[in-house]
Unconditional design. Sequence first.
Length: 136
Amino acid sequence: MGKTLTLHPQGAGRDCPRKEEAVAVKPTSRQQPRSKDAKALKDSDPLRAEARVESYASTLTLYTRAGCPLCDEMAEAVRELIVGTDHQLTSVDVDTQPALKALYGWEVPLLFDGDAEICRHQLNLPAFRVWLRAHA
């Protein structure tokens, strides 16, 4: 951390007449030092632990259509892959909602986490495993 940064006033570049107002400062670490007691308290706090668990649990949405074999295959595969996790799978039949039917048409099955599409038509196993690791 021996480097020195030069902070120029807003709008004052190197060739600006206000460059004499520049201030030299030494950067500091952004992370505040923590005591061992603070870390132990943070790790043992049940509310924080519950919040951490909830933040990683996701409800996946599988957009399907009745009588769609690809939809059934993807649902079965995803359910097998999320066994033992806090994730849940919810199936939504696009034909029951005109807006979804107009939006997705025949593009089923589609697997989503919130607004983020994970895969469509077939389970993309590598992409789903990446998603699982990111949400473990």
